[in-house]
Design a protein around this ligand. Structure first.
Ligand code: UD1
Length: 366
């Protein structure tokens, strides 16, 4: 008996790694009756976006790589669907485990469901209410056909209940991304840029922007970067840029204190965040990491699917409001920030809980 573990994009690799470690651990003790097949869709394929994560996080080589690479949403989603369907025709798992909200999550869920394979969704129930984000569509559609929901917060539980899911399908387990962070927090790697650019602990910002709404229109992208730079005090801003931003960035004349680097490995990037004064981002996952590390975080989005990072955590939504941006950057420069807490069950034991539930489900023939 085996389950499929689906991954395709950078944040997926971080989320599956502790689940696989837990399964391997229990298998070694002969305490588990199922194994797994890692299916990498190939949505992310560069070394820096994919294989460096497998190496650093100790994830075994994928059993299958669908090698889909880049394309439009329809091309990517349908391409994955066709290839995953062929795979399932040859060999069907007892359960399909999907994580997060990327195109790979949606594509594989759709295919598995039509083979009557039960779907378990890790990080289910997140809702931003913003249908302009492809991830929101992916979340809603994936959850609409999933059978079991592993959630990171009480807000996600509420969303699922409101959408008519039954309590018995929802498992509030915590956050696998935080499992990974806790497991690796004493093994972080100082990036070369630290010495090269003479970065000083707690005296620089980390910036990540890759959402189409922020970066695809060059004039808008440039305005955001200029405003961040203008209000950063004397601090340097390190920007490990996602590939989709590279073309626009190369054509831009940036302010001097913005240091653009290639995407970093997981252990380097976490080192960079952990030692920064603050993070400015449009990523969702990073707001969870900064919440756990209690690092101030400004989110360049109007909404979030992770409200606990704002209500309890260290995150503040800035959107495109540059007055707000100035105000909060000034607070950070004066070392004033709200007191924050780590949400319940973000304790490093989430994957243990997930594997325990899966094991029970499989024993009862799901
Ligand atoms: C995807 C996810 C997003 C997630 C992000 C994390 C969807 C809808 N979006 O967005 O939720 O936050 O991953 O990184 O699934 N590219 C490369 N090399 C790679 C991967 C991508 O050069 O290894 C470039 C390609 O030009 C590609 C572009 O980046 O067209 C965008 O990649 P894609 O996978 O389509 O979406 P992301 O923006 O990475």
């Amino acid at each position: 008996m085996f389950i499929d573990i689906i991954c395709g994009a950078r944040p997926n690799f971080i989320k599956i790694s502790p689940i696989i470690r837990e399964i391997d651990l229990l298998k070694k003790k002969s305490a588990l009756k199922f194994s797994y097949r890692i299916v990498h869709t190939g949505q992310h394929y560069n070394k820096s976006m994919s294989s460096s994560f497998f190496e650093e996080l100790g994830i075994p080589q994928p059993h299958i790589n669908l090698s889909i690479k880049s394309g439009s949403h329809a091309e990517q989603t349908s391409g994955i669907m066709i290839k995953y369907e062929k795979l399932l025709n040859a060999n069907k798992p007892s359960l399909c485990l999907v994580v997060g909200d990327v195109n790979s999550t949606l594509a594989c869920s759709l295919v598995a469901k039509k083979f009557n394979i039960k779907i378990a969704h890790v990080e289910a129930g997140l809702r931003s209410g913003d249908m302009q984000m492809p991830e929101e569509i992916n979340r809603i559609v994936t959850d609409s056909i999933s059978d079991y929901f592993f959630t990171t917060s009480i807000h996600a539980n509420k969303n699922l209940l409101l959408e008519g899911k039954s309590k018995s399908q929802i498992f509030f387990v915590g956050n696998t991304m935080i499992d990974t962070l806790i497991y690796f927090k004493n093994k972080l790697v100082k990036p070369k840029i630290f010495k090269k650019c003479k970065l000083v602990k707690n005296d620089y910002f980390v910036l990540t922007l890759h959402r189409p709404l922020n970066v695809d229109k060059k004039s808008n992208f440039k305005k955001i970067l200029d405003q961040i730079s203008l209000n950063s005090g004397s601090k340097k801003i390190v920007y490990p840029a996602h590939p989709r931003t590279s073309e626009n960035l190369h054509k831009m004349r940036l302010q001097k204190n913005i240091i653009v680097t290639n995407p970093m490995s997981y252990l380097e990037f976490l080192y960079l965040i952990k030692n920064s004064a603050a993070v400015i981002t449009d990523s969702g996952g990073i707001t969870e990491e900064t919440t756990y590390l209690k690092i101030p975080c400004l989110t360049i989005r109007e909404n979030t699917e992770r409200p606990e990072t704002v209500i309890l955590g260290s995150n503040i939504l800035i959107g495109n409001n540059f007055i707000k941006l100035k105000k909060y950057l000034s607070k950070i420069n004066k070392k004033k920030w709200k007191k924050s807490e780590v949400p319940k069950k973000w304790d490093g034991k989430t994957s243990k809980r997930i594997v325990k539930v899966i094991s029970k489900l499989l024993q009862n023939n799901v």
